[in-house]
Write a protein that binds this ligand. Sequence first.
Ligand SMILES: O=C(O)CCC(=O)C(=O)O
Length: 298
Amino acid sequence: MISIRVRSRVSAQELEAKVGKVIGDDAYNVLLTGPTRVYMPNGRILAVYLPGAMKGVATEEHYEILHGLRKDLISFNRGLASGSERVNVGSTKRSYAMGVSSGILGAFDPSGTYKYCRLTAWTGKHMPEWERLRPVFGRVADLLREHVPDRAAVQQAEIDKTHPDWVIPGTPFTTITVNNTYPTGVHTDKGDLAEGFSTIFTLRRGSYTGGRFVFPEYRVAVDLADSDLILMDAHQWHGNTPIVCACGERRTSCCETCGAERISVVSYMRAAMTRCGSEADETARAIEHREKHKGVIR
Ligand SMILES: O=C(O)CCC(=O)C(=O)O
């Protein structure tokens, strides 16, 4: 494994022009092609790239489950990461980003109309599939502990304060985001543990170009191949280049014609999960909230 330390970052002005946008290949000049540790100018770790690390771990069975999510889980809440402008719908105060195939599995803290901690709807409805996926996250966790032990330990300390009902057993993760074949606009992740570390592995099918994962502030990129893993500081700006499938089309979903598909699986800890009670406590809180607002909320 080689280590590199980037010496400079782009100006705030140059970066600002890229925020929320899908960036091109002109946004980087270093492309990682083998196992690499990347440090920021301040000496802190930016990322660890582990090519092929999930080979034989994330199997066809796991691919089928993750592939099956693509139509079930469309999110209008990815904000900057959707690579689109938010628009207001009708006279409501709510705004929505372009719908992208991005779903959340595992646990989530109170947000929006949900005033309680919960397992996401997909997780609750698909327990057998969720349990079959869990060993994959266990391997991601082992690699995080091996390669970024200090940040993994900080995250584990927060996990130890979190009720086990919300923790993926044997891991320092509470939550998983699964994206299918769309380039994220330049964004930083929100709600995950600042002092922890995030992880992304990819599963690829068919043939496409692009979808490169870029840290535009440091002009570093990587073309995550099938079963590659990157451990990364998700609080640094990151995004993808456009994805063009073998039919020649720019994709924001997997191509049903040529089969081009890029699934990215992000495993992390939601910082606010330490404040959740047990699942039973949170369910009681949800029922109480619903009773109080009968007819107003779902
Ligand atoms: O798909 C990728 O490469 C990036 C995913 C990502 O940044 C996200 O889900 O926040």
